[in-house]
Design a protein around this ligand. Structure first.
Ligand code: PAF
Length: 283
């Protein structure tokens, strides 16, 4: 596995991998790798001849009140995990390589980027879209794999790729969960023992809500009860919403079909996200 830190080296390494033929898959990450990331690498491996993973803690997607310095970092551990997952190439640029001084270009996605995390974290998706567009262009990958755990992020990236005609296929990968159902996330490391034990209440609540929606119960009371139950378990819920999966517009009352349930809730100081597919009957 080769590790590269500047653009010329990356381009040379990509040329060499391309020389072996076949497609190149990209797994963009910010490090602190867990089982969820390794599943993305395995999915890229299954779809492509060669795999490049990026590790870059992107300052542009952190707001002023969000502590970039506290983001977990474990370079040696991450590289060992990627090597074991048979990643071919790791792209680890410094901030000055990714954003040379004087940079003045940003990518702003509207539509699916506007509500939910976009509202709670102004500028977040501008940072995500900008760095992902750069990663796609830098690596020239044919396919990039993103976890469905960050459902809104996945829709923002899909929208950007469509709107800018970027020559890359975006593949979503189902959320990988801990044995108790909590979605794998680097944020889980910041939960206290006691919070970690309670965190399963979030996926349990979503499963309950999804089941009641799938049984045809009306949204209003189901959501109100779920929010109350999250509060009783010590969460501070931000949203719990049933949406159209790609646009993230509110799911129309009485319409049947495949919807998405999105949730964000704080447990202590940690903001947890989760989402699930829901088949709404009728229509
Ligand atoms: O999901 C993440 O880890 C980040 O938002 C991403 C896609 C690597 C962009 O920095």
């Amino acid at each position: 596995m080769r590790v590269v830190r500047d653009l010329a080296e990356l381009r040379q390494a990509v040329r060499e991998l391309r020389g072996t033929g076949g497609r190149l898959g990209l797994v963009p990450t910010m490090g602190a790798l867990h089982q969820g990331h390794l599943a993305l690498v395995a999915a890229a491996r299954a779809a492509c001849r060669s795999v490049v993973a990026s590790i870059f803690v992107n300052p542009l997607q952190f707001g002023p009140g969000e502590d970039l310095a506290l983001y977990p970092r474990d370079q040696a551990g991450d590289l060992a995990k990627l090597a074991a997952a048979r990643c071919d190439l790791v792209w680890m640029p410094d901030v000055s390589v990714m954003y040379p001084p004087g940079g003045a270009t940003r990518i702003e996605v509207a539509g699916p980027a506007e509500g939910f995390e976009g509202k709670a974290r102004p500028g977040h998706f501008r940072g995500v879209a900008t760095v992902c567009a750069k990663l796609f262009l830098q690596t020239g990958a044919d396919l990039a794999v993103f976890g469905e755990k960050d459902w809104q992020q996945l829709q923002v990236i899909r929208r950007m790729v469509l709107d800018l005609d970027l020559p890359i296929t975006i593949q979503g990968h189902p959320t990988v969960r801990e044995p108790d159902g909590l979605a794998c996330s680097s944020r889980n490391l910041r939960l206290s023992r006691e919070e970690r034990a309670r965190a399963r209440h979030l996926p349990d609540t979503l499963l309950g809500v999804a089941g009641r929606f799938a049984a045809g119960e009306p949204a209003g009371p189901v959501v109100a009860q779920a929010l109350a139950s999250l509060r009783e378990s010590g969460f501070e819920p931000d949203y719990l919403a049933l949406v159209e999966p790609a646009s993230l517009q509110p799911w129309p009352d009485g319409q049947g079909g495949e919807a998405r349930l999105l949730a964000a809730a704080k447990l202590g100081s940690v903001r947890l996200l989760d989402n699930m597919a829901v088949r709404i009957p009728g229509g």
